[in-house]
Design a protein around this ligand. Structure first.
Ligand SMILES: C[S@@+](CC[C@H](N)C(=O)[O-])C[C@H]1O[C@@H](n2cnc3c(N)ncnc32)[C@H](O)[C@@H]1O
Length: 249
C-alpha cells in the first residue's frame, strides 16, 4: 500500500514534470521561434562519424523500396532545406535522397530517426535473414546502426546525414520543444496501426506549410488504415507516387 507521503510525492513530481514541459513547449510556441540552422550541433557535440572505421562493418545497403524513383521526384518538387526520415535501417532510403540532393545542388540536412533496434516484424522470425538477420545481434543487442554509419561513410554523406537514435515519439517531442520543422518527412518506422497513426499526428505538426509527408508500405493493413484514418479526420487527400503514399500540406 502506498503511504500518504509517497502518494503526495508522486502527485507533486507529476505536476512539476508536466509544468516544466508545458513551460518549455509554450515558451517556444509563444514566441513562434522556429529553428533555422543545422540540427547536427544541437544533437551531437562530437561528430558521430569521427574515428569510426567503416571497413569493420558490412557493405549492405539493402532495404525496402529504398531506391524508389519517388524520392528523387519529391525532393525535386519540394527542394527541401531539412528532411526527417523516421525509420532508416541500413540507410538505403536516406542515401537515395542524399544523392538527389547532390544532383540538384541543394544544401539540405537529412535527420535519420531510428532506434536501430528493429521494428516488430524484425523480431518475429529469427530465421528471417533479411529482417532479423540484418539486425546483426552482438551479445543480444542489434548492431545495425553501425552498418548504417558505414554505408553513409562509404557514400561520403557524413555531412548531410545526421543520426538521431531515439524512438520516433521522442524525436518528435524534441523537435517540438526546439522549434525544429521539416520540409519533407518520410515515415517508414513502425508499421503497426496505432504507432503509424501516432507518427502521423505528431510529425504532421512538424511539417512546414508547403511540405510533404510520405511513406512506404501502403499494402500493410496497419499503415493503410492509419493513413486513411488520419487523412479522413483532417480532411486531407492522399495521393500515390510509385510505391509511396503522399500527403501534402
Ligand atoms: C522498414 S525499416 C526502414 C527501412 C528504410 N527506410 C529503408 O528504406 O531501407 C523500419 C525501421 O524503423 C525503426 N523503427 C521502428 N519503430 C520505431 C520507432 N517507434 N521509433 C524509431 N524507429 C523505429 C526500426 O528500427 C527499423 O530500422
Amino acid at each position: 500500500m502506498p503511504t500518504l507521503q509517497s502518494l503526495l510525492k508522486s502527485v507533486a513530481y507529476r505536476l512539476g514534470f508536466s509544468l516544466r514541459r508545458l513551460r518549455s513547449a509554450s515558451g517556444l510556441a509563444g514566441t513562434g521561434a522556429v529553428f533555422d540552422g543545422r540540427v547536427r550541433p544541437l544533437l551531437h557535440r562530437t561528430d558521430p562519424y569521427v574515428g569510426f572505421d567503416a571497413t569493420l562493418w558490412p557493405d549492405d545497403c539493402s532495404g525496402w523500396g529504398s531506391d524508389s524513383p519517388a524520392f528523387a521526384e519529391l525532393v525535386e518538387r519540394v527542394r527541401p532545406e531539412r528532411i526527417f526520415e523516421i525509420g532508416t535501417w541500413q540507410g538505403g532510403s536516406a542515401l537515395t535522397m542524399a544523392r538527389q540532393l547532390d544532383r540538384l545542388g541543394l544544401d539540405c540536412e537529412i535527420v535519420c530517426v531510428d532506434t536501430w533496434l528493429g521494428a516488430l516484424e524484425m523480431w518475429m522470425d529469427l530465421d528471417d535473414s533479411t529482417r532479423h538477420g540484418a539486425l546483426r545481434l552482438k551479445h543480444g543487442f542489434p548492431t545495425v546502426y553501425f552498418t548504417f554509419l558505414a554505408n553513409v561513410a562509404r557514400a561520403g554523406q557524413q555531412q548531410r546525414i545526421t543520426p538521431f537514435p531515439v524512438p520516433s515519439i521522442t524525436a518528435a517531442q524534441w523537435c517540438s520543444l526546439r522549434g525544429v520543422r521539416a520540409d519533407l518527412i518520410y515515415l517508414d518506422g513502425s508499421h503497426e496501426e496505432e504507432d503509424v497513426y501516432q507518427d502521423l499526428v505528431t510529425w504532421w505538426d512538424l511539417l512546414r506549410s508547403g511540405g510533404i509527408l510520405f511513406g512506404d508500405d501502403w499494402s500493410w493493413d496497419g499503415v493503410r488504415l492509419a493513413v486513411q484514418r488520419f487523412a479522413t479526420e483532417n480532411h486531407l487527400s492522399i495521393s500515390h507516387l510509385h510505391d509511396k503514399w503522399v500527403i501534402a500540406k
